[in-house]
Design a protein. Structure first.
Length: 283
């Protein structure tokens, strides 16, 4: 039973395979007389996706055909090349071409998850008795498609992460419309956040402190829904990897799968293709 349906994993791996290029059949690092054929990228990729979905250790998801050392080695290689960010960018370009990104209204918010093993991106969580935690800040379009995503320690405030998140979004999608509206919660209600929005030529719709959320929820609920979607991946709920590049690889891979899921669900009402999924809920 695959961790995610083939309609999601097949197009993502197809782009990953193109980015990796042609690989030798035998690893050049093995000494003479000890040559072994390389484990195929598809097998390793399926194990990495399984680890991300279930949140399991690599020893648990390893199999006879792919050891945990192979998973770690190949994951490190792909993360160091920045392939997670590239796949996310390709997924966004496909969504924009087929359905269209709605960039006139944007929303940004942060989400705190667990990071019990510490690492480059971990910090004491203010909502979990100062245990190790990770905060991810994400920006979405008007329909909740994740555009930019950055990570930091759980003790970081949302407001300082607004600038890096917007910059990451611009790297991923390119030019934005003139004066888009950014919807934010009351955690961003301050002069530093307004200065960042002014630097990026954005209009801020920021909730006021002291007023209950249901009264001024506005259009920012889509980013909270996107965080809920991404928390469906076990690895994102409880990060055990310590290196920064590994964390960013998983965050961008999860964002790419989320973009692709939204692309299929929205395209089914506009287009018809023989192999389109028959259910709206793509697990």
């Amino acid at each position: 039973m695959p961790a995610v349906p083939s309609c999601l994993i097949d197009p993502v791996f197809a782009e990953l395979e193109v980015l990796l290029g042609v690989q030798p059949e035998f690893s050049p690092n093995h000494p003479w007389g000890c040559h072994r054929r390389r484990i195929s990228h598809r097998v390793v990729f399926e194990h990495i996706v399984a680890a991300m979905v279930h949140g399991s250790g690599y020893e648990i998801v390893a199999s006879v055909g792919c050891s945990d050392r192979t998973i770690r080695r190949r994951l490190k290689e792909w993360a160091d090349k920045g392939l997670g960010q590239k796949i996310h960018q390709i997924a966004l370009a496909a969504y924009d071409k087929i359905v269209g990104l709605e960039l006139s209204d944007l929303a940004t918010d942060g989400c705190i998850t667990k990071a019990p093993c510490g690492g480059d991106k971990a910090g004491p969580s203010p909502v979990d008795r100062r245990k190790g935690g990770l905060k991810r800040s994400a920006t979405t379009d008007a329909k909740g498609v994740p555009l930019g995503i950055v990570s930091a320690g759980a003790n970081r405030h949302d407001s300082p992460l607004l600038g890096p998140t917007i910059e990451d979004m611009k790297r991923q999608v390119g030019a934005l419309p003139n004066t888009p509206v950014m919807h934010l919660d009351s955690g961003y209600d301050g002069q530093p956040s307004r200065a960042i929005l002014a630097d990026h030529n954005m209009i801020g719709e920021i909730a006021k402190k002291g007023i209950p959320s249901p009264i001024q929820i506005g259009k920012r609920w889509v980013v909270e829904r996107t965080h809920s979607w991404m928390n469906g991946f076990g690895k994102l709920r409880r990060f055990t990897d310590k290196r920064r590049v590994i964390v960013e690889f998983y965050l961008n891979l999860a964002a790419a799968l989320t973009v692709l899921r939204r692309l299929i669900n929205r395209a089914r009402t506009q287009y018809r293709w023989p192999t389109r999924p028959t259910t709206r809920r793509l697990r």
